[in-house]
Design a protein around this ligand. Structure first.
Ligand code: GLY
Length: 335
């Protein structure tokens, strides 16, 4: 694990060096966690999720999966933990606000029947993932946004909550002194929890939720609530989700493409890597832009890949409960 402080100011650093990572995350662990099963059997149940906050989220998801619960229930319960954690400043309650001081949330959920639900630009609701599930289950629509999403949530029994914690407010007020905007995504200041699960029945589901980029323009929506960008599930093939600068993920329909690449025979990690390379090719002059993907296929094989070092994922299955550093395309050049 890298020194925590190394990741804090990455966005302020200058040029980057292009280095292909040789320490493939899934090969550097003590128990040879490759994400690809040696016996080509199926690992199920299994859950994977983004960043360090995935550890606590996976625990809640695993409690459901190990009792033969559904992947859908597991991913919802899992990411709700992160949404309700006031110390987490990138998801749900306690998320950093937009430049005007509003905490605005995006989330989506998708199941093995290709049912999906999403909320975007939702304010005042602690668990947007559960509102997204209600959109999926109780409406003929996929996506509700803004005031309409809030009204639907309140009508559905969700409580109005002040999401701006003192800690987030202090950070925003400090930022206001310079109001120098730059998306910064790294291990400390990451942006999303994405979670993918395969249950004992062999069904896949995924969830993705975020407060979006800190100090974004009011009204900005990222990739996280967009089915096909922040999350995609096809129960015939696999599932994928994204973290990082949402605009870049939307431009390539990142998660849907990863699932298609797996359909064509790529391993989860190969598919994630190809989409990272595609994003880099389409953003040749972008510096310091982090994007990470995770993917899980029908056999319970998983993979992850990011533009920059520092992305990590949480994994739980019957044998493993661990954090894994993702493979990456570039090292930060701090000189
Ligand atoms: N990936 C989250 C966002 O860009 O809002």
């Amino acid at each position: 694990m890298k020194d925590r402080r190394e990741f804090i100011k990455i966005g302020a650093l200058g040029t980057v060096g292009l280095l292909t990572n040789t320490a493939c995350a899934q090969n550097d662990s003590e128990d040879n966690t490759t994400g690809v099963l040696e016996d080509k059997g199926t690992t199920k149940p299994i859950v994977v999720s983004t960043w360090n906050h995935g550890e606590a989220a996976n625990k809640a998801a695993w409690e459901i999966l190990e009792k033969n619960g559904t992947a859908l229930d597991a991913v919802e319960a899992g990411v709700r933990v992160t949404e309700s954690d006031p110390e987490n400043m990138t998801v749900g309650l306690g998320g950093l606000p937009d430049r005007d001081g509003n905490v605005t949330l995006d989330a989506c959920i998708m199941d093995h029947q290709s049912r999906c639900g999403s909320v975007a630009f939702l304010q005042h609701i602690e668990n947007p993932i559960s509102v997204a599930r209600k959109v999926m289950e109780d409406t003929p629509h996929v996506m509700l946004a803004g005031q309409g999403a809030l009204e639907f949530a309140l009508q559905s029994g969700f409580k109005k909550t002040d999401l701006l914690t003192e800690k987030a407010k202090d950070a925003w007020q400090k930022w206001l002194k310079k109001a120098d905007y730059k998306p910064v995504i790294n291990r400390e200041n990451h942006d999303t929890i994405g979670m993918l699960a395969l249950d004992a029945e062999g069904n896949l589901s995924g969830a993705c939720t975020t407060s979006g980029l800190a100090y974004k323009m009011h009204g900005r929506v990222g990739d996280s609530p967009i089915i096909g960008a922040g999350l995609f599930v096809d129960n015939e093939v696999g599932a994928a989700c994204a973290t990082g600068v949402g605009e870049a993920v939307i431009r390539v329909a990142g998660s849907a493409m990863i699932v298609e690449l797996m359909r064509q025979g790529k391993s989860p990690e190969e598919a994630c890597k190809e989409m990272v390379k595609r994003i880099l090719a389409k953003h040749p002059s972008e510096k310091d832009m982090q994007v990470g993907f995770i993917a899980l296929n029908k056999n319970g094989e998983f993979g992850c890949y990011s533009i920059y070092e520092g992305f990590n994922i949480a994994l739980n299955d019957n044998k493993r409960n661990k954090m894994i550093d993702a493979s990456y395309e570039k090292k930060w050049d701090r000189n």
